[in-house]
Ligand binder design. Structure first.
Ligand code: AMP
Length: 175
């Protein structure tokens, strides 16, 4: 299977979870073992200069855990509010459809860590900005931000780079 064939399995669902949103449904890609493996390897990258993989709830968990296992790194979940059991730090952010909060355990990453941040979709960039800020607050550095799909017209990349020009953002497909 070629990467393009794997990516073609991402399905567009109009008006989900609300009117006007074209939802990128990655479940058909995840269900195909060759496609999932190819995309995991692509997201992990060639150089893998990171010590930990941070995945953002919920689809960032699926991709991030697969990448961490593929590259023999640890996996760190950044979760929605109230889900993590230990002491947390939190950030609120605006979504393409609503407002949310993500949290990280206070000891989730160390200052010596270089982190790969993973999510399925980059839309307005609010979610990834919040994750970036949590990682910086924890004192770690960021190796790269990687997403499967970038919704270019929402300009999330520009929003992130305006605030953090040093960050590398890699998307497997932009549309
Ligand atoms: P944003 O913070 O606006 O960049 O939104 C990114 C987050 O919301 C990611 O965690 C995505 O899973 C989710 N998301 C936003 N827009 C979409 C979309 N059109 N299709 C699928 N997921 C989306």
């Amino acid at each position: 299977m070629q990467l393009q064939q794997a990516l073609a399995l991402v399905r567009d669902i109009p008006d989900f979870p609300q009117s006007g949103i074209l939802f990128k449904d990655i479940t058909p890609l995840l269900a195909n073992p060759q496609a999932f493996a190819l995309v995991t390897s692509e997201l992990a990258g060639d150089t893998q200069q990171y010590s930990q993989v941070v995945g953002i709830e919920a689809r960032g968990f699926i991709l991030g855990a697969a990448i961490a296992s593929h590259s023999s790194r640890g996996f760190v979940p950044f979760r929605k509010a109230g889900k993590l059991p230990h002491t947390t730090i939190s950030k609120s952010y605006g979504l393409e459809y609503g407002v949310d909060v993500i949290e990280a355990h206070i000891d989730a990453v160390q200052p010596s860590d270089s982190v790969l941040i993973v999510d399925d979709v980059l839309a307005t960039g609010g979610t990834l900005l919040a994750a970036i800020e949590l990682i910086y607050e924890l004192g770690a550095s960021i190796s790269e931000v990687v997403v499967l799909y970038e919704i270019s017209f929402l300009k999330g990349r520009e929003r992130i780079l305006e605030k953090y020009p040093e960050i590398t953002i890699r998307s497997i497909v932009a549309g």
